[in-house]
Design a protein around this ligand. Sequence first.
Ligand code: PGA
Length: 247
Amino acid sequence: MRRKLAAGNWKMNGSAAALAELQALAALSTSDSTDILICPPSTLISRAKSVAGNVALGGQDCHASTSGAHTGDVAADMLKDAGASYVILGHSERREDHNERDEDVRSKAKTAWDAGLVTVICVGESLSEREADNTLDIIGGQLAGSIPDGATGENLVVAYEPIWAIGTGKVPTMSQIGEVHDFMRMRLERRFGEGVGRTVPLLYGGSVKPGNAEEIFAVSNVDGALVGGASLKASDFSAIITALDAA
Ligand code: PGA
């Protein structure tokens, strides 16, 4: 059985006042069958812990090294120590803003697993790659390059996030989402064995809102969502969680 996961990525948004939204979310969302995750800025994780209730916390990135002279970076162990149990890796904004390559994501994921964090590894094509009909090649390459050996249904979540759908209000057709998710499931089963590949939760991300969540969650092999903008407000995110719970 795969767990369902509703994951919120606050990106570079939120100071102490934003914890009221997390507290409200924790009060609204009491599901047994759906795991709920919020990835606030790392500055908020330890304070978030005291109001998060059943909502798990995660970082948005970590360094591939465990410690050392890396000004401005955060180590996986530090995220864990602050109260995180997940970390997002390879988000397209990291790939774009910080030139992260698949091999960087892979190294970070190994370090994160050693620290006991669950990794949410992001993959996704650009608009030009989609228009050139290269989507599955791109996704296949990113999966192969970004996920280390040793993945299990407990340490890995994969998020499919078409770059052109992030923060734009544009969403692929349901058949486009289904095609990519079925392909990712097949690739994970082939590489890690059916038993493992079947249990890795696959999230869709990119302009998920209360209004489109239900149809997205009805698509095969969609086990949840990675949500940016709509995770900042408890009322919006809890509506998405309710849709996932019902799926
Ligand atoms: P969005 O972001 O929901 O604001 O489109 C998704 C993401 O980047 O994870």
